[in-house]
Design a protein around this ligand. Structure first.
Ligand SMILES: [Zn+2]
Length: 336
């Protein structure tokens, strides 16, 4: 039993932009008393804020998967930090880029709505070319990871308005904001309390909410038959920039070294990423892991600190963040 428990803890210990732990109700209460972090308890797949009454209702002999996040990450932004990116900012950006998309025979298409009724969009070519090198980008699965949308703007600016002739060789399918409800609520989760990056499954029936809408759309594009070079999932960490990749034995040596090449090349163009990586085989319901396991894609997770105050050592400006998006275009151009 002890070994099983240990395996269970190890199996859920990988953290992607959240600290995950298996804790007893007593341990959860202790953490609340320490009062530094907000704690969400996984109750039948939904993440509920740990309140005293909820904790009292838990079986004291059981351990529960919890997510811990500093309280400050859920506050509205203030003047001394990189502006927090809301759904409204996304829509402003769509207005700005729309004519540039049209010039390049691309369009912005509504593919569904969030639980609270906000539009979900994809940016894609008017007609997909199955022979063209393809990049897929997911943005903002976790609503409170705000900085990634500035990076995504930089990426899209470079692709559609830059001097780089990227679209001669490549085509892009981008879902810039998957969790607009979470973005506006400054919450990791969607409006049904699901962690969308634990809500993926190759069987559409088992995928949830907004993740299901995105996957459904990918299937409608026959994405399995496209020549996808890299599948980028854009996230926000606590304090560091890095790329999440799988370990050497997850697939094979070639796959591992292909991911290493991406990490090293990005490090040349992006001084913040600087070649940093973390190895994590993740949870089976993360988009990155589903894309690697079920579709054999080179999927990676891009992490940049989600909130940045001027006093933070990792602080940078919005224009620096946009340059990180430009660095992705340079990296892809060089490798593929
Ligand atoms: Zn995340």
């Amino acid at each position: 039993v002890k070994i099983l428990l240990l395996l269970l803890i190890l199996g859920t210990a990988h953290a992607i932009c959240i600290h995950e732990k298996l804790l007893s109700p007593e341990q959860i209460q202790q953490l609340i008393n320490e009062n530094n972090e907000q704690i969400f308890i996984n109750l039948a797949g939904k993440f509920k804020l740990a309140t005293e009454s909820r904790i009292k209702a838990l079986n004291y002999r059981q351990k529960f998967l919890v997510h811990l996040s500093p309280k400050s990450f859920r506050q509205k932004s203030n003047k001394t930090e990189v502006p927090y990116y809301y759904f409204e900012d996304m829509n402003k950006y769509y207005k700005k880029i729309k004519s540039h998309l049209a010039t390049n025979n691309y369009s912005l298409e509504k593919i569904g709505t969030s639980i609270k009724g906000k539009d979900l969009h994809v940016i894609k070519p008017n007609s997909l070319d199955p022979l063209k090198k393809t990049i897929v980008m997911l943005g903002r699965q976790h609503g409170d990871e705000s900085t990634q949308n500035w990076i995504i703007e930089g990426f899209l600016d470079t692709v559609f308005m830059g001097k780089n002739k990227f679209l001669k060789d490549f085509q892009v399918i981008a879902f810039p904001m998957i969790n607009p409800d979470g973005a506006d609520a400054v919450s990791r989760y969607n409006s049904n309390d699901y962690d969308l990056n634990r809500s993926w499954h190759k069987d559409l029936d088992k995928a949830k909410d907004e993740a299901k809408i995105i996957l459904d759309h990918l299937y409608s594009l026959n994405f399995q038959n496209l020549d996808i070079k890299v599948f980028l999932d854009m996230h926000g960490s606590f304090t560091e920039d890095f790329i999440y990749r799988v370990d050497k034995d997850f697939k094979d040596k070639n796959f591992f070294s292909a991911q290493q090449t991406f990490i090293d090349t990005l490090g040349k163009y992006d001084p913040f990423q600087n070649g940093y990586s973390e190895t994590s085989n993740g949870a089976g319901t993360m988009s990155r892991i589903v894309m690697i396991k079920s579709f054999n894609l080179n999927a990676i997770t891009h992490e940049t600190p989600r909130r940045m105050k001027e006093t933070d050592s990792y602080y940078r400006s919005v224009s620096d963040l946009k340059k990180q998006g430009e660095a992705l275009v340079e990296t892809i151009s060089e490798i593929y």
